[in-house]
Each structure stands twice: as structure tokens, then as C-alpha cells.
Design a protein around this ligand. Structure first.
Ligand code: ZN
Length: 294
């Protein structure tokens, strides 16, 4: 084991960066968290931590978005336009490539989480999986036959437009770009803007639960309709609300109306890796570029 090459994993989030040194995605040997501040402060602390670990031969980064993940693009590895101070256009992958002189794998946090759930978690027995996080924002990653879907950029599932719930017509929505897109209606901050508390903290959350489940159920229905994925994994803080997952399943099933062929294989589940999907996914992204590790 001491001869195994080590892989670094970085789950880059808006609130914290979670770091790992691993001998394989299944074997994380050291883990550390660093709060997200300015790029300079955050990366100095991350670099210092990795320097204190066994050397890594590759690093995988599963990053908050928007992010430039097309390897052919001149800005590959950078963060896109983000309200997070100083992070817009920051060359995150390039920083680690230069600092540690190792190959770097780079993808979105949700594509990373989807990879991990597909291989080791809720999608172990499926060939197609969509991972959606519902938290401070809403984002989704798609893995088909073991490959994350990229296309022109990366999926932006949070920014679709669901049909408005009958008792939720007046809220303008919290998305700075679209107002009442799915994220603007159903992410954590949109819930707090409407009802003053998170779903779990609301003393009587029945109506709020119905509203949010209606939007997330529409998302699941749309995802099944558009991707034919077998499994949708719903993660993120909002999904920890008791009773929400079952309501989302019920709405999605109602909307399907028995229409999809083979619909019995559709499933909407919690992450099989709990909160570890993103970090394990980051290690997998590193493993994929670790060509010279032997
Ligand atoms: Zn939006």
C-alpha cells in the first residue's frame, strides 16, 4: 500500500473546499476542510495542507460552477462569471497544475458527484444517472455509460422554467438572471425569502413542502423525459427535509401518468454516499488523468 501512488481530490464549493488524499476513490486516507474566502487565502491554506501529505501524482477538482470544463477551450479549468468575490475567471485548475506539477482533472461538482454515485453509490446497478443538488443553488450532472455529459458547456438544470404552483403565483423568484426559474423558486435562499425559515425549521411546512415538491417533481419528470436516465439522485441541504423526497417522487409519478416505456426502472433516491459523493467524485476525476502514476 505504501507504494500506491496517491491522488488528490478537491471538492470546491462556495462555502468550503473539501480536500482528500486517496490511494483510490474507495480509499480516502486523509481529509480536510478549508473555508472558502478569497482565492489567495483559500488556496494558500489548501496548498499548505497538501504539502504536509504524501505527494500526489494527480489532482481531481470537482468545482462549483459555472466552470469551463471543455479541455479544448482556452479557458479550460477556470471559474466562470460568479457573484463570489474575486473568483470570476479564476484559473483554478491551472493553479494546481503549476503549484504541484501534476495532471489535473476538472469538472463540475455535480458531474463529480454523479460519477461517484454512478460507480460506488446509488447508481451502481444503473448505466445512466443524474445527480441533482438542491441547496444554495440547484445544479445537476449527468453520467451515461460511465461518462459525464459535457456538450457545449455543462448542464444547467437549475435554470429551467417549471409551471407555477397555484398557491405560489406572487413570488418573483430569487435567480439574479431569470427570476422564477427552478433555482429561483426552489433553492434554499428562495425558500427563506418566501417563508422566513428553511423547510425543516418551519413549524407548519405542509404548504411550503407541496410547493417545493411540485417544482422538484417537475424537474425529475423533465430529466426522465429528456435524458432517459434510470436513476436520479437528489442531494443537497434542502433534500434533507423530512418528507420532501417522497413528495417529489409522488409528483414525478403523477406527471409521468404511466406514459414512459420502461418507467418502472426510474428511481428517485438519496445519495448512496451521503455527503461524500462530491469528494469521491473529485478523486475519480484525478484518477482519470493519473496516467503516469505507476
Ligand atoms: Zn436561473
Amino acid at each position: 500500500m505504501e507504494n500506491s501512488p496517491m491522488i488528490g481530490g478537491i471538492e470546491a464549493g462556495g462555502t468550503k473546499f473539501v480536500l482528500a488524499v486517496a490511494s483510490s476513490p474507495a480509499e480516502i486516507l486523509a481529509r480536510h476542510e478549508v473555508p472558502t474566502r478569497s482565492p489567495d487565502d483559500t488556496l494558500a491554506e489548501i496548498t499548505a495542507w497538501f504539502r504536509g501529505q504524501p505527494p500526489v501524482c494527480a489532482i481531481g477538482i470537482a468545482s462549483f460552477g459555472p466552470a469551463v470544463i471543455d479541455p479544448a477551450h482556452e479557458h479550460w479549468g477556470r471559474i466562470g462569471a460568479t457573484p463570489k468575490p474575486q473568483w470570476s475567471n479564476f484559473d483554478l485548475a491551472g493553479y494546481f497544475k503549476n503549484e504541484f506539477d501534476v495532471p489535473v482533472g476538472f469538472d463540475t461538482d455535480v458531474n463529480g458527484a454523479a460519477l461517484a454515485e454512478d460507480s460506488f453509490g446509488a447508481g451502481r446497478d444503473a448505466s445512466s444517472l443524474v445527480y441533482v443538488t438542491v441547496g444554495t443553488g440547484i445544479g445537476g450532472g449527468i453520467v451515461i455509460d460511465g461518462q459525464p455529459v459535457h456538450g457545449a458547456a455543462h448542464p444547467e438544470m437549475g435554470h429551467i422554467f417549471p409551471r407555477r404552483h397555484a398557491s405560489d403565483k406572487s413570488f418573483a423568484g430569487s435567480c439574479p438572471a431569470h427570476g422564477d426559474c427552478l433555482e429561483g423558486l426552489a433553492c434554499g435562499p428562495a425558500i427563506i425569502e418566501r417563508w422566513g425559515k428553511s423547510l425543516s425549521e418551519l413549524p407548519d411546512n405542509r404548504e411550503a413542502l407541496d410547493v417545493i415538491a411540485s417544482y422538484l417533481g417537475q424537474l425529475c419528470h423533465s430529466v426522465f423525459a429528456m435524458t432517459a436516465a434510470e436513476t436520479i439522485v437528489l442531494g443537497g441541504g434542502v433534500m434533507k427535509t423530512p418528507g420532501l423526497l417522497q413528495r417529489v417522487r409522488d409528483v414525478s409519478k403523477q406527471l409521468d401518468a404511466g406514459y414512459f416505456p420502461g418507467g418502472r426502472r426510474h428511481s428517485i433516491v438519496r445519495p448512496g454516499l451521503q455527503d461524500k459523493s462530491g469528494l469521491i467524485g473529485a478523486v475519480m476525476l484525478g484518477e482519470r488523468v493519473a496516467l503516469n502514476c505507476a
